[in-house]
Design a protein around this ligand. Structure first.
Ligand SMILES: Cc1cc2nc3c(=O)[nH]c(=O)nc-3n(C[C@H](O)[C@H](O)[C@H](O)COP(=O)(O)OP(=O)(O)OC[C@H]3O[C@@H](n4cnc5c(N)ncnc54)[C@H](O)[C@@H]3O)c2cc1C
Length: 467
């Protein structure tokens, strides 16, 4: 007799585990399957969490080495990389265990093994020991996430030519690191190793870094990263790599074609993006449609074209972000339970956890121009913010874009210390349809960095007071 469930979730990442938790809260019997053994998916095991642990510790290392003396703190600083990695691994271990606890608490069964859809309503799970278990269900949620996009002609060995996964676990600090791709993952991990002593060069195909971020922010962001010691080669593509005497000879050429150049490095990080992962899942057998980029096609409420099969997270369209997967998980579980779950894609923030951090939510100026929307802008620099001065973190600024007629906030872009925490206020403002005046007239504690958000909001109507 097969096991019976109301819903079976394939994938135990932020999409999958949050779906199973919400289903459990709504009184539905759910199973959450992951082949990895440790729940939490890419995010907890090889993504958000280990990268943020290393970003924090490497930032402290750099501050202690370079900046403490300016603040009157004298310290002899040296690196213990195994201990730094140990902190990261400890955090990952604790959080993945925490997910298993949350699944148990919400009466969702955690199942470890390779899942395959054999027919609508039937999922087979093969455990490591070869045992096969069949789960029967009314609803299957595909939450199988994403994988590293390969670079044509380059094979990743996770030793010298690494993906983000290998870059999170290097055994020593490379003298030189070449980062292919100037998106947030490459810049975050490039920052980690630069802070620890590597000479980091970023090669980017486009003529700018962080595509998708507001152009003005991206330009200043690149300037700051350059000042920190990161080198950039924009409008350039990698066309080949050769291993020679322990080093890598990387051939690059202009993106538009032209003369080739060889760059020598010790480690090459391939971070050109991620692709949806639905390999060997059996979607073809049950007729689930994929789009041209291999993503599972769904309607606005996460239903695929096959009744009873849903998809959420990185394996479907939209930004590949953990909280987007989580939002979709909640909405999809609620839909399955007969409720009206919904995701507002205009209010999903994105953060780059470098120093300074870069955070944004809503529309960029470029998007509004392309859509011919009339807008107004308010800006405020952290050099004029009292708290930023006290913590010696005055780089960056806040930029608020509001509709020219209604004053409704359309986009908020922050570069500065703690931008990732401050963007929550902006996401809430957009979710509630707030105007810039609403933010400008809301009391913000003094002295805080978030006062810069208020001052920028005042600036939309031209009444910034502290500059
Ligand atoms: C280095 C790095 C840093 C990142 N930092 C951030 C960040 O700071 N903030 C942020 O929001 N996002 C970040 N992300 C992105 C984030 O990790 C993803 O958006 C998020 O994990 C997507 O969640 P998901 O549930 O859709 O998929 P995943 O987390 O990828 O989970 C899918 C799971 O499904 C399992 N699986 C797949 N197929 C099967 C199968 N057939 N049977 C059983 N199990 C299967 C996989 O093993 C995996 O564990 C980062 C990613 C990387 C790589």
């Amino acid at each position: 007799m097969a096991d019976q469930f109301d819903a079976v979730v394939i994938g135990g990442g932020p999409g999958g585990y949050n779906a199973a938790i919400r289903l459990g809260q709504l009184g539905l019997k759910a199973a959450c399957i992951d082949r990895r053994g440790a729940f939490g998916g890419t995010c907890l095991n090889i993504g958000c969490i280990p990268s943020k642990a290393l970003l924090h510790t490497s930032h402290l290392f750099e501050e202690a080495s370079k900046d403490f003396a300016k603040l009157g703190i004298k310290a002899e600083v040296s690196l213990d990389l195994p201990a730094m990695m140990g902190h990261k691994d400890k955090v990952v271990g604790e959080l993945t265990k925490g997910v298993e606890f949350l699944l148990r608490k919400n009466k969702a069964e955690a199942v470890v093994g390779d899942a395959r859809i054999v027919s609508p309503g039937k999922v087979e799970v093969k455990a490591k020991d070869g045992n096969v278990r069949t789960l029967e269900t009314k609803n299957i949620i595909v939450a199988t996430g994403s994988d590293v996009s390969p670079l044509p002609g380059v094979s990743i060995d996770e030793q010298q030519i690494v993906s983000s996964t290998g870059a999170l676990a290097l055994k020593s600090v490379p003298k030189r690191m070449l980062v292919v791709g100037g998106g947030y993952i490459g810049l975050e991990l490039g920052s980690v190793w630069r802070r620890l002593g590597s000479e980091v060069t970023v090669v980017e195909f486009l003529d700018r870094i962080t595509p998708g971020l507001d152009g003005e922010i991206a330009k200043q962001f690149q300037r700051i990263l350059t000042r920190q010691g990161m080198k950039f080669q924009l409008s350039t593509k990698v066309v080949g790599v050769e291993k020679k005497k322990g080093a890598l000879l990387v051939t690059v050429e202009p993106a538009a074609g032209g003369e080739k150049q060889t760059l020598e490095t010790d480690i090459m990080l391939v971070s050109i993006g991620r692709r949806p992962f639905v390999d060997q899942l059996g979607l073809d057998k049950v007729g689930v449609a994929l789009d041209a980029r291999g993503r599972v096609t769904t309607d606005a409420h996460f239903a695929t074209n096959t009744a009873g099969i849903w998809a959420i997270g990185d394996c479907r369209e939209g930004p590949m972000l953990a909280h987007k997967a989580e939002d979709e998980a909640v909405a999809c579980a609620e839909r399955i339970a007969g409720k009206a779950g919904h995701v507002n894609y205009d209010a999903i923030p994105a953060v780059v956890y470098t120093a300074p951090e870069v955070a944004s939510v809503g529309k960029t100026e470029e998007e509004l121009k392309a859509a011919a929307v009339a807008y107004k802008i308010g800006k405020f620099p952290f050099t004029a913010n009292a708290r930023a001065k006290t913590i010696a973190a005055t780089e960056g600024f806040v930029k608020i874009i509001a509709d020219a007629k209604s004053d409704r906030v359309l986009g908020v872009h922050i570069m500065g210390a703690e931008a990732g925490n401050m963007i929550a206020e902006a996401a809430l403002a957009i979710e509630f349809g707030a105007s810039s005046e609403d933010i400008g007239r809301t009391s913000h504690a003094h002295p805080t960095l978030s006062e810069a958000v208020r001052q920028a909001a005042m600036g939309v109507e031209g009444w910034t007071m502290q500059m």
